[in-house]
Design a protein around this ligand. Structure first.
Ligand code: PHE
Length: 463
């Protein structure tokens, strides 16, 4: 295990900027160069399509205010403790997710099968990575679309000039029909992701977060403020924050819990992995609170960013993925400087998606590097190739392969193609199970079993 360097939560490391030397063969593991680098990377992992696409879509589909209030309740009561537990396991283990859990279990004289909880997480992270990069590819497509549109429509006018409402509405379904194009875009997004993962923690993953997260925040605030002036801001506030408790059904509550796990990147061993690169002197309780606060704020601000634009254009605020890829482009048409805002918006979504896909790819990469004693770059490339293959299958499952329902025999996954099955299996099964097992493991199995327990000092000072 690595001794602390003492300065700002940094872990001592070698091979900075040299992905090839970053593997565990060198004896010393790579790590975050500072506490703030860890915070930015963890926020980068948490803030992603989940905040920008899933949260507004779920809030829209589940009755607005009641969902939002229960979501915040879930973040505080379930999300935050599980986030702290995951980072605690990782920091204590200083190893891949499975090895970190195994070590903690061994020290607590608990069954070695607890390792399975991290194994489940690694599998889930890989599955999410596969379809997440397909969505990342769609975002790239829209970035390209709005770059082209900027030349066409100009800086000051609305976006997509000269296109009819039906024409705009057709952009997304036509893309979904094109398996080859989606696979190509998926490959591009996977390639960008693996470029950074292959370069290591301090030389790659951290760089993405440190550069892109501030840019992301600037874009989000800029677009929100712009939208607030032209858009239906008061309507949005009423919509998002008026709580009608009669709308708080079991289904809405479940959706809120699931969204909390997805948004905080929990139950997929991601925060165990990121926690394993943290120095011993970092206050994990404090940093977990910062991460959860930032993630929740971004989800709420994303709501305040998207709904005014959509409502001002007189469009419906409901609907899943269509809200971002269908309704918003339409709304940008009637907005002054719509092309610029549209481009800025999808660039911002791309940044958020990339800092999350990097986290998702790091989980199986770090696991495989340790399991097979391989170097980082080739391991990351192998993981990327497998994720791209599964991604291609899920892209085609939206068109050519739509009749193939891999888990159709289970009622929960009935009628779902590969893409939807990957999403549902991870969000409805793997993530909640992984998160609950983590909480039980840290709170019950590991916490009180030996002297110098994980909560009170000695091995890990987290308070
Ligand atoms: N939390 C990310 C998002 O909101 C998704 C994610 C899940 C990232 C799990 C890493 C691990 O988009």
């Amino acid at each position: 295990m690595v001794a602390m360097s003492g300065a700002d939560g940094a872990k001592p490391r070698d091979g900075q900027g040299d992905g090839q030397r970053d593997g565990q063969r060198d004896g010393q593991r790579d790590g975050w160069s500072s506490r703030s680098a860890f915070i930015l990377a963890a926020i980068g992992s948490a803030v992603g399509l989940g905040n920008l696409v899933r949260f507004p879509a779920e809030a829209g589909a589940n009755g607005g205010g009641a969902f939002v209030l229960f979501y915040i309740f879930c973040i505080l009561l379930i999300g935050l403790p599980v986030l702290l537990s995951e980072t605690l396991i990782g920091r204590h283990g200083q190893s891949s997710a499975t090895e970190s859990v195994r070590r903690m279990a061994a020290e607590s004289k608990a069954s070695k099968y607890w390792e399975g909880l991290a194994g489940l997480g690694v599998a889930a992270a890989f599955m999410i990575l596969a379809f997440y990069c397909v969505i990342g590819g769609w975002v790239l497509y829209y970035v390209g679309l709005f770059v082209g549109d900027l030349f066409n429509s100009g800086v000051t006018g609305g976006a997509l000039q000269g296109m009819t409402a039906d024409g705009i509405k057709a952009i997304f379904p036509v893309l979904l029909e094109n398996g080859l194009l989606m696979t190509g875009l998926d490959l591009l997004f996977v390639a960008i992701t693996v470029y950074f993962v292959a370069r290591g923690v301090s030389g790659g993953i951290e760089i993405v977060a440190v550069w892109l997260m501030p840019a992301f925040f600037a874009l989000l605030l800029g677009i929100t403020i712009y939208g607030a002036f032209g858009g239906a801001f008061t309507e949005t506030l009423t919509y998002l924050f008026t709580v009608d408790f009669s709308k708080l059904t079991g289904g809405v509550m479940l959706a809120a819990v699931g969204q909390a796990f997805f948004s905080l990147s929990l139950g997929v061993a991601g925060m165990i992995t990121y926690g394993s690169y943290v120095g011993r002197d970092v206050n994990l309780a404090g940093t977990s609170a910062i991460i959860a606060f930032a993630d929740t704020s971004v989800a709420l601000i994303a709501g305040l960013c998207i709904f005014p634009i959509v409502l001002a254009a007189g469009l419906s605020s409901e609907g899943g993925l269509g809200l971002m890829f269908d309704t918003l482009p339409h709304a940008f048409q009637s907005m002054p400087a719509g092309s610029v805002i549209g481009l800025a918006f999808f660039v911002m979504v791309g940044f958020a998606a990339l800092t999350s896909s990097v986290a998702l790819m790091e989980v199986p990469t770090s696991w495989a590097m340790e399991k097979f004693k391989t170097r980082r770059a080739p391991t990351a490339i192998a993981v990327a190739a497998l994720a791209a293959a599964l991604g291609a299958a899920s892209a085609y499952s939206l068109n050519t392969l739509s009749g193939f329902h891999p888990l159709g025999f289970i009622p929960l996954f009935e009628g779902q193609g590969i893409f939807d099955t990957l999403d549902a299996v991870t969000a409805k099964l793997f993530m909640p199970i992984g998160a609950i097992l983590t909480a039980v493991f840290v709170g019950w199995i590991a916490a009180c079993t030996n002297s110098g327990c994980f909560w009170c000092g000695g091995c890990a000072r987290w308070y």
